[in-house]
Design a protein. Structure first.
Length: 95
């Protein structure tokens, strides 16, 4: 079933569809290539803006304590998988 947001695709020419694919790929690659502190929640909004429905998505955060705990767990997992021989600022849980 086609989403109501994608009905415009049916009327596009092959040339227009190719241009759309290129535009979306460029946006996705830009988002992917942001590194470290270059990436923030606003970059998600920029990516979502390429969708025809122009909805921002749910950007609410959990309570601060839960959010920080999840951030620490993410960092531990990330560092343990990509940098297994380095020290971690949050302790040794990721090893």
């Amino acid at each position: 079933m086609i989403s109501i947001h994608d009905v415009d695709i049916e009327d596009k020419s092959v040339h227009e569809l190719k241009a759309e694919v290129r535009r979306l790929r460029m946006a996705i690659r830009h988002h992917r290539d942001l590194k470290g502190n270059d990436r923030c929640w606003m970059d998600d909004l920029e990516l979502y803006a390429h969708l025809p429905e122009r909805e921002e998505g749910d950007l609410r955060l959990p309570p601060k304590e839960e959010f920080l705990k999840n951030c620490a767990a993410f960092c531990e997992k990330f560092w343990s998988l990509r940098c297994p021989h380095q020290e971690y600022p949050f302790g040794n849980e990721g090893r």
